[in-house]
Design a protein around this ligand. Structure first.
Ligand SMILES: [Zn+2]
Length: 387
């Protein structure tokens, strides 16, 4: 197979999603205000994209290719997602085999490892974007625990047993004690944020939001501690961040594109109603200070801005084009293009596919050079893998 074809992705209506960003990208009317959380472009069994092969026929992408090492997504995060950690590849292989041997069915809610792959993730912000990523460096962690009276009692724990000890302490604390520490803090913040409160670089803003969403039957979600423990990051449009194995993270708000290895291995650590297995979480989380490395991308001679990461499962780049610009590239694998702004024509001198709202995505197979011509100021992402 060679050439370029329009790609039809799959929408995921998770309840944390926004109601207008993805519908407008897909030019769909959303009168009922249904949440459109994610748009998947890939061959994941829970959401396989289709290829428009002409004559109004859609062929499943897996009928054409057997393997795609990555899954490419658009996300609209209105309400925060759970805190999560992904295992390394070596660890995933061991744990997947162990759960197989134990006879835990793949679709059981107690099954933690769905495959034997790692799940590195790279995101690039399409708007202002807030997230949690890794533990704060020591000085900042001591600062926030000192300046938040209700959390003062965690300081000696950090001093005596370091990051792993502190995290274990909050994750294994009896629920009653969690409530006792966090309730006064939440009450205080509620009053503050009722008045004004939209400083999204203040942990308290997110704690208030989390308290409203994740406290059931008077029990407060202990993930709220992690909002103070982790780096709170604000990415501007076009900035990227990579999540490697073991680094805890949680998306809080904004629009982004995300590319990841084909895996479903997620260990949760709070801000969720799903199962939390503390032992498994503690096995894989890196309890150490993290200095966030914001990826701004490197522009090559072709005007293609590449977001480099240490993994070979995927590579994401973007073309930021002015009206009239023409750029070209040589596909090296099965690649996916996604237009997030503007209008472009993509051609390989054989076929032409127009990308615009309503039809923002195409799959490209290797074989010939591909040209992108911008009919307006446009932004086109290119997802590929490294051979
Ligand atoms: Zn993740």
């Amino acid at each position: 197979m060679a050439g370029i074809y329009p790609l039809k992705g799959v929408v995921k209506h998770y309840d944390w999603g926004g109601t207008s960003f993805i519908p407008s990208l897909l030019k769909q009317v959303n009168d009922t205000k249904m949440p459109y959380a994610e748009y998947w472009m890939g061959i994941h069994p829970l959401g396989e994209a289709g290829v428009d092969t002409g004559g109004n026929l859609t062929t499943p992408l897996t009928a054409i290719i057997k393997d795609l090492p990555y899954l490419f997504k658009v996300l609209d995060v209105k309400d925060m997602l759970s805190i999560q950690v992904h295992p390394s590849k070596a660890a995933a292989e061991i744990e997947f085999a162990r759960e197989n041997e134990a006879g835990i069915p793949l679709d059981s809610p107690y099954r933690l490892y769905k495959d034997e792959n790692h799940k590195p993730e790279l995101m690039v912000a399409l708007s202002d974007f807030w997230l949690l990523h890794g533990f704060k460096p020591m000085e900042q962690l001591v600062d926030i625990l000192s300046n938040t009276v209700e959390l003062n009692e965690l300081l000696p724990v950090l001093k005596e047993s370091g990051y792993p000890g502190l995290y274990k302490h909050i994750m294994e604390m009896p629920q009653q004690e969690v409530n006792k520490i966090l309730q006064p803090l939440i009450d205080k913040l509620y009053d503050e944020y009722k008045k004004e409160g939209s400083d999204k670089m203040n942990e308290g803003y997110w704690v208030s939001k989390a308290a409203a969403s994740f406290c059931k039957d008077g029990n407060i979600d202990r993930g709220i501690f992690s909002i103070y423990l982790f780096n709170l990051i604000h990415l501007k449009k076009g900035e990227g961040l990579f999540q490697s194995a073991g680094v805890p993270h949680a998306y809080l708000q904004g629009h982004n594109v995300e590319i990841m290895a084909n895996s479903d291995n997620v260990l949760r650590g709070g801000l969720t109603t799903k199962v939390i297995d503390i032992n498994e979480l503690m096995k894989h989380i890196k309890c150490e200070p993290t200095i966030p490395e914001i990826i701004t991308g490197e522009v090559n001679e072709e005007g293609e801005k590449i977001y480099k990461t240490p993994v070979k499962d995927f590579q994401l780049s973007v073309f930021e084009l002015q009206k009239g610009d023409v750029v070209s590239f040589d596909p090296v694998a099965t690649e996916i293009l996604l237009l997030t702004e503007g209008v472009v024509e993509v051609d390989d001198e054989d076929t032409v596919v127009k990308l615009e709202d309503g039809n923002p995505s195409a799959v490209v197979f290797p074989g010939a050079s591909v040209f992108i011509a911008a009919a307006a100021k446009s932004v086109v992402f290119r997802a590929t893998s490294i051979k």
